[in-house]
Design a binder for this molecule. Structure first.
Ligand code: CMP
Length: 144
């Protein structure tokens, strides 16, 4: 099914200069980029983004981290992109993320874990709406 997902390059990866590398992985996979911007999220946006995790003990640290520096917010479109993007990212726990995945290659910490991508189609719809305005999403076709 053709769908959209929300993917974010987290502040640790922006600091480490991994932005181009991560965008390339999604481009080469074949997904279509329909939204892209650099954001310094305030606490409100971070809390809203992770609102389902507000009762977790690590929630305050998670909000601090995501709002600690620039995030590259992206919207990618393509067949089964929500689940496939999660595969490209790899498992959240660094002990379980496979070496070929983004987290497996670049991450060693469960919290500072390089990237985020929506975990379900309904979550993706909510996160895309939260991070992007309608006119920031570009519906385009390849040039003829
Ligand atoms: P993400 O895919 O952005 O979605 C939820 C985030 O919570 C996750 O990546 C991790 O960064 C963070 N997270 C999940 N479990 C833990 C944990 N046990 N300790 C710290 N952070 C966590």
């Amino acid at each position: 099914r053709r769908e959209r997902t929300f993917t974010a390059i987290k502040p640790d990866a922006v600091h480490r200069g991994l932005v181009g590398e991560i965008i390339s992985i999604f481009e080469r996979k074949g997904y279509k980029l329909v939204g892209l911007k650099l954001v310094l999220p305030d606490r409100k946006l971070a809390e809203n983004h992770y609102s389902e995790l507000r009762d977790k003990p690590f929630f305050p640290d998670l909000v601090d981290f995501i709002s600690s520096g620039p995030v590259v917010a992206m919207c990618w479109e393509g067949k089964d992109v929500v689940r496939t993007a999660r595969k490209l990212l790899g498992a959240t726990n660094p002990l379980e993320s496979e070496p070929g995945t983004i987290r497996g290659r670049y991450g060693i910490d469960i919290g500072r874990n390089v990237v985020h991508s929506s975990d379900a189609v309904t979550t993706a719809e909510r996160e895309i709406q939260l991070w992007f305005t309608e006119h920031e999403l570009v519906d385009w076709d390849p040039a003829v």
